[in-house]
Ligand binder design. Structure first.
Ligand SMILES: [Zn+2]
Length: 492
């Protein structure tokens, strides 16, 4: 009896994850004994952590934030199995970040730190890729870098206007190299007209006769809303919609157990984790970098490095089983753009511009230029008295023609989004429809790409990383070429 008692006492005590909301991600911390090992499985809509040689009490825990809806703990054989349902999605390349730290006080074992967020994207260098091969010879594309002039677009961890310009230039170089005839609505920080309506109409008109119109934007959400919003989406013209593509398929209420692991019965009612109003663990030390308020305060290297923070920088004191209170969103992120919509603009009606010169990576620094006190201009110029008349569309499509244009646009949107996500591992917000001016008032297939959210604490930082911009640009360009090659009907 004594022996049994000892064995029982020696059995590993049940592992309990400590879960804390941080800025832009949710942190899960587990302290493992030295006898334990682990593996992680990215399942698309869930992340599973299996700790070999560990025990867990069966539980179904509701977290209810953007990064983790619920998680289960279960005992299977000699293993503890934790399954986190992740609305923003996870893959082997994105959606989470795993670090291992030493335990405090020289204790044997390790501290696992699992950070979950759709903002964790693939920041590795693009590396050599297969050149894009255009089979649809003679194809032409109008690339529209959103905003410009007095309209800097969304402002968050980066500023949208120079970001759009930079990415459009990179996309254009890929396309040109593939043999696509590329034109741009703007080739510098200016715009066609400060009159928004005229500006947008001019941009749309520049696409006349082209094979495809592609407007490039970055997203934002007001600080008062969900700063956890992140990921990529592509629009074509239609009524404002929910995502047309369900990003990850139905989220399993209870995932099938991995082989050889038997899930213990779960409690009937989920336990609700209180993320707010609980005693505080320390806030995340590094991710919550202050939002730059002046160019001088910016260190692009440091900013770019944030999403891949070495484990040594992770606050090792996050050992309080109590949950952290969510860190208040920095009020400096004051984007007033709801979802970056109406303010897509454009350039003088001359058609093709020579684009950003090769090697113009210096423009990256301008991405970080957040003009102090700048606000987002979303409406037309107030100077309506002298407003130029918007140019009429050069072609008016019949309803049949418009229907065809929408079908082609939808096809292009799906090609570009799928290629983009394949290149970046960003969170998938789906193909959507919206009546944005430049894709509505167009005569050729037209899409609007929202690369990611400049207001997201993690993704916003990624958008200042040149590796990431390479991945975005290649993904968009490859999707465009895929569309041009596969679209059976051309407009020319
Ligand atoms: Zn925009």
């Amino acid at each position: 009896m004594l022996g049994l008692g000892l064995a029982s006492a020696e059995a590993a005590s049940a592992l309990k994850p400590r879960v804390a909301q941080q800025r832009g991600f949710t942190r899960v911390v587990l302290d493992l004994e030295s006898s334990m090992s682990y593996r992680v499985e990215a399942l698309g809509s869930a992340l599973r952590l299996i700790v070999l040689g560990a025990a867990a009490d069966a539980a179904l825990i509701k977290v209810g934030n953007a990064e983790i809806s619920t998680y289960t703990a279960a005992q299977g054989g000699g293993n503890a199995v934790f399954t986190f349902l992740t609305p923003q999605g996870v893959s082997n390349r994105g959606g989470y970040r795993l670090s291992s730290l030493a335990l405090p006080n020289n204790a044997l074992g390790q501290r696992l730190v699992l950070d979950i967020s759709g903002g964790f994207v693939d920041l590795s260098p693009l590396g050599p890729v297969k050149p894009l091969e255009l089979r649809a010879f003679g194809s032409s594309v109008l690339l529209d870098a959103g905003h410009g002039g007095k309209d800097s677009g969304a402002i968050g961890y980066v500023t949208e206007e120079p970001l759009n310009l930079e990415v459009a230039g990179r996309v254009g170089r890929w396309l040109s190299d593939a043999g696509v005839k590329v034109s741009y609505s703007r080739s510098d920080h200016g715009t066609i007209s400060e009159n928004k309506t005229f500006d947008l109409a001019s941009r749309a008109n520049l696409a006349a006769g082209k094979s495809l119109f592609v407007s490039i934007h970055a997203n934002a959400i007001a600080a008062s809303k969900q700063s956890s919003n992140c990921g990529s989406e592509v629009y074509y013209f239609g009524p404002k919609s929910e995502p047309l593509l369900v990003p990850f398929g139905p989220a399993p209420a209870l995932l099938p157990p991995p082989n050889n692991i038997v899930l213990a019965p779960l409690p009937v009612a989920p336990v609700t984790v209180q993320l707010a109003n609980t005693p505080i663990g320390p806030a995340a030390p590094i991710i919550a970098a202050p939002i730059p308020t002046s160019p001088a305060s910016l260190d692009p290297t440091q900013l770019a490095a944030v999403p891949t923070t070495p484990a040594s920088l992770i606050d090792p004191t996050l050992s309080n089983p109590a949950l952290s209170t969510p860190t208040p969103v920095n009020s400096a992120v004051t984007s007033t753009v709801a979802e970056d919509s109406a303010s897509q603009a454009l350039n003088t009606g001359n058609g093709a511009f020579s684009l950003v010169p090769d090697g113009a990576t210096n423009t990256i620094s301008s991405l970080l230029n957040t003009p102090a006190g700048a606000s987002i201009v979303t409406g037309p110029s107030t100077n309506t008295a002298s407003a130029p008349k918007p140019p009429a569309p050069s072609v008016t499509l019949s309803s049949e023609g418009e229907k065809l244009r929408q079908e082609q646009s939808k096809f292009a949107a799906s090609k570009v989004l799928s290629s983009l996500l394949g290149s970046t591992a960003a969170s998938n917000r789906g193909v959507r429809t919206a009546p944005f001016y430049v894709i509505k008032n167009n005569t050729v297939p037209a899409i609007l790409v929202e690369m990611g959210f400049v207001t997201h604490p993690v993704e916003g930082m990624a958008l200042s990383d040149t590796n990431y911009l390479d991945r975005i640009a290649y993904g968009i360009a490859r999707g465009i070429v895929d569309y041009l090659n596969e679209n059976p009907i051309t407009t020319e």
